[in-house]
Design a protein around this ligand. Structure first.
Ligand SMILES: *Cc1c(COP(=O)(O)O)cnc(C)c1O
Length: 362
């Protein structure tokens, strides 16, 4: 029998979260951001929950191809545009829309032979300083693109650095409005945090992490606050128990010492499954749907949980590392990420290949 660990993808929760994005921006069209293999969920597994979106946004051409193979005929946007000139052939063939963030991408388009002009999203660097034309260069790039027979419609796009935090987005919105003033075409600004916290709607919004049941501004707000549902469950079982006396230690480095008599459960889940080794003693976990904590260091294939208050738990008990547990219990991925000093995004993207992932039956 294989190890007990598995990951479940909740399709109905994806659909619910997509509806939440729609409710925040009823007049906008919604890009479902499915980069990084749908934030680790698997594009094919997530597709049924997200096919109600107006389009799919991603980075990888192979992922765009997979969406077309699934039968998606609607818009697909390459958020970083093409990486080399021949990628434009695939854009023509698969009808992919693409971001244009640098002069080289315009040069490649100018040299591209196509019967079908491309829809492009011209990227403004409004302050993130990652991709995009500076406000000073934006209009020149727009004019160059506009003169190309290879280009059909031009939309304007930018990305916020601080939509989830105290700095906010006003300075970037101001830069965007100045740079795009009087230019025709659709606008696309919001990520999840901008949509939830600032209500930035425009013509298109880009919903990423909110679709996957993680709050972009945790711990200020949690998924219950935003009415989002967990879309991924990582679960396993207890494979052994130990009874400790005061002074006994648990795991590598003896990082945990029992203050008194305790019972611990050994869980078939470790960092080689994608569970962060950085999660310290006290990281929440559910055993048979009841909340407890990890103790000691996470090892490659195992971790330990405190069963002292859970006398009925033992070998075979179900352990929810994050997501949905039995009896309607929930452990948001954000709580686990936080104890490891990271964000839900990283955990869901990092579930290891050795963990079987499948669509949940409910
Ligand atoms: C990843 C990404 C998004 C989605 O961001 P979330 O915080 O997950 O909503 C939106 N736009 C761009 C350009 C991105 O790279």
């Amino acid at each position: 029998m294989p190890r007990h660990i598995e990951a479940l993808v909740h399709v109905s929760a994806l659909a619910h979260n997509l509806q939440r994005a729609r409710a925040q921006a009823p007049d906008a069209r919604v890009w479902a951001v499915v980069k990084a293999n749908a934030y680790g969920h698997g594009i094919e597994r997530a597709y049924d929950g997200l096919r109600g979106a107006d389009g799919f946004a991603l980075l990888d051409l192979a992922e765009a191809e997979r969406l077309r193979t699934l039968g998606w005929r609607g818009p697909i946007l390459l958020l970083e545009g093409v990486f080399e000139p021949r990628d434009l052939e695939l854009c023509s063939r698969l009808d992919l829309w693409h971001a244009v963030h640098c002069d080289e991408q315009i040069d490649w388009l100018a040299a591209h032979k196509t019967h079908r002009p491309h829809r492009v999203f011209l990227k403004l660097n409004s302050g993130m300083n990652r991709l995009g034309f500076t406000p000073a260069a934006f209009r020149g790039a727009w004019a160059r693109l506009g003169a190309l027979p290879q280009v059909d419609e031009i939309s304007a796009i930018t990305h916020f650095s601080d939509a989830d935090g105290p700095r906010g987005i006003a300075h970037q919105i101001a830069a965007f409005e100045t740079a795009t003033q009087d230019l025709p075409g659709e606008r696309c600004l919001s990520n999840s945090a901008a949509l939830l916290r600032h209500g930035v709607k425009n013509d298109w919004v880009r919903a990423g992490i909110l679709l996957y049941g993680s709050a972009p501004d945790f711990p200020e707000h949690d998924i219950a606050h935003w009415d989002l549902q967990p879309t991924m469950t990582l679960r396993s079982r207890i494979i052994a128990t130990q009874t400790l006396a005061a002074g006994d230690t648990v795991g590598y480095g003896s990082s945990f010492t029992a203050p008194g008599p305790m019972r611990v459960g050994i869980v078939a889940c470790g960092y080689a499954d994608g569970y962060p080794r950085l999660c310290p003693t006290g990281t929440p976990a559910l055993v048979d749907g009841r909340r407890t904590r990890t103790i000691g260091r996470v090892s490659m294939d195992m971790l330990e949980v405190d069963l002292t208050e859970l006398p009925d738990a033992g070998i075979g008990s179900e352990v929810t590392l994050w997501g949905r547990g039995p009896g309607g219990s929930v452990l948001p991925i954000d709580e686990v990420a936080r104890t490891a000093g990271t964000i839900g995004y990283e955990l869901m993207c990092a579930v290891a290949p050795r963990v079987t992932m499948r669509v949940a039956e409910d």
